[in-house]
Design a protein around this ligand. Structure first.
Ligand code: AMP
Length: 397
């Protein structure tokens, strides 16, 4: 059974075709600059040469029809006919309180996703466009949505209620939701497998450290607390997002710089985090490079990032009765031995001890703690697309 996984952004669309008989990747691709000049599609059938086509792509429907054309192209394509696609799995960012699990799409589900646009105005609209376009192009293929927030719906009120008048939760659903759920769930299942523990009994702190970053306390295989909140802005200092702040700073800066709320939010999302602190880049490779050359602000940005990660790990360890492991995943978590080492230096108080030699790896499943360490430290490359395909298969089977 072949499943197509779609992840739509406002001007981009990522996709993978996965053969669920052996979970092998058959093709992957990216459509960029949808609705903008210079649009293109990059398609790669695994084992064949990559193909890049530059062409006008006015909307998501056109983008998806190009994806279908590429998948079935005689020369560089992947399958003989679209009939080979058994189901489509869509990533949708915000399921609000309506969805604690993935679901097969019908009109009622679409209505609920549309209702959540109010609390996810940046993320849900392109996801909806992608689903609608697939419904038009492949009307007979079952489609499933997998929500980034669903894994965290197991959080108890003590984790998700803010210290605000309770009526704002009741009236406007202002609460903590959490994101990166598909990634936290994937690494949770994989960690249980690696540690040989029942996935419904495993206790972990999972650290998704990428351009966007979040940390989750996992109790008995379920999310108990997570660092992102009402939006993906809360929690860690990230590539371009500020993470936690004193809320009073916002009105102060808005007054000083004559900014409106939208401009302020944009600064918090796009110009802050390690980019804002270092003034170098949002990319950790660039910042690490500059820090090595002696750039003080680049070093400071890395130290702040690591310290915020330590704080959350420390806080979440106190929320668990015991912990089977601390997991590192995503771009930085999987690939930066330096950042992992820096973070783990601050975890000695918990008896966590990193094995510096074992830590010298990138992008592979590996236990990197010493034999004496009281907590297992584990690298697990995330695979959100495979998780979406698995969820899709479970529902359409
Ligand atoms: P993601 O959002 O998961 O794709 O992660 C992107 C981030 O991972 C970027 O900031 C990259 O700089 C970072 N990253 C990727 N490879 C490395 C590496 N080898 N060393 C340090 N950071 C890396």
């Amino acid at each position: 059974m072949k499943i197509l996984v779609i992840n739509c952004g406002s001007s981009s669309l990522k996709y993978q075709l996965i053969d669920m008989n052996d979970e092998s990747l058959l093709a992957k691709g990216l459509v960029e600059r949808i609705g903008i000049e210079g649009a293109r599609i990059k398609h790669e059938t695994i084992g064949k040469e990559k193909k890049v086509i530059e062409t006008g792509i006015e909307d998501h429907k056109k983008a998806l029809s190009l994806v279908m054309d590429s998948l079935t192209n005689k020369e560089y394509g992947t399958i003989d006919s679209l009939d080979e696609i058994s189901a489509i799995g869509h990533r949708v960012v915000h399921g609000g309180e309506s969805f604690a699990e993935s679901v097969i799409i019908d009109e009622e589900v679409m209505k609920a996703i549309e209702e959540n646009v109010e609390i996810a105005p940046l993320h849900n609209p392109p996801n909806i466009m992608g689903i609608r376009a697939c419904q038009k192009l492949l009307p007979n293929v079952k489609q499933v949505v997998v929500f980034d927030t669903a894994f965290h719906q197991s959080m108890p009120p003590v984790s998700y209620i803010y210290g605000l008048p309770y009526e704002y939760y009741e009236k406007y659903k202002v609460r903590r939701y959490g994101f990166h759920g598909t990634s936290h769930q994937y690494v949770t299942n994989r960690a249980a497998e690696i540690l040989n523990i029942d996935p419904n009994k495993v206790n972990l702190v999972t650290c998704h450290l990428g351009n966007g970053s979040s940390i989750t306390a996992v109790e008995n295989g379920k999310s108990k607390d997570t660092s992102m909140g009402f939006t993906p802005l809360e929690g860690l200092v990230m590539g371009t997002r500020s993470g936690d702040l004193d809320p009073a700073i916002l009105s102060f800066i808005m007054g000083k710089e004559h900014l409106n709320p939208e401009e302020m939010t944009n600064i918090l999302n796009k110009n802050s985090g390690v980019l804002g602190i270092s003034g170098v880049s949002s990319d950790f490779r660039d910042i690490e490079g500059e820090a090595e050359k002696g750039n003080g602000r680049a070093s400071l940005a890395l130290d702040i990032f690591a310290q915020r990660v330590q704080k959350y790990i420390g806080a979440y360890l106190t929320e668990l009765d015991h912990v089977d492991g601390i997991v590192f995943t995503a771009g930085v978590g999987e690939n930066s031995p330096e950042m992992r080492e820096k973070i783990c230096q601050g975890l000695k108080i918990f008896g966590a001890e990193i094995d510096k030699e074992a830590n010298k790896v990138r992008g592979e499943d590996k236990i990197i703690s010493t034999d004496n360490s009281k907590i297992k430290l584990i690298i697990i490359p995330t695979n959100e697309e495979l998780m979406i395909a698995r969820e899709t298969l479970k529902l359409v089977k």
